[in-house]
Design a protein around this ligand. Structure first.
Ligand SMILES: [Zn+2]
Length: 66
């Protein structure tokens, strides 16, 4: 996994997927906990960023939510 990539992990089925980083991914984050499409039950799931130590990293606020 390169520094330009980030790991997506589904907290429900443990599926992992390495994807290119987005600009809004926090620099410290090495993985993102996000419910995958298969496990999505229609609820709103906010992604949670995790650093190399396993600690949660706050997401960067890039825009005001309305
Ligand atoms: Zn899943």
């Amino acid at each position: 996994m390169r520094a330009s990539q980030i790991m997506l992990r589904c907290p429900r089925c443990e599926t992992e997927l390495v994807v290119p980083r987005d600009d809004w991914d926090p620099q410290d984050a090495v993985s993102v906990l996000i419910v995958c499409l298969r496990c999505d039950d229609g609820d709103f799931h906010a992604p949670r960023f995790v650093n190399a130590d396993g600690a949660e990293v706050p997401a960067i606020d890039t825009q005001e939510r309305t």
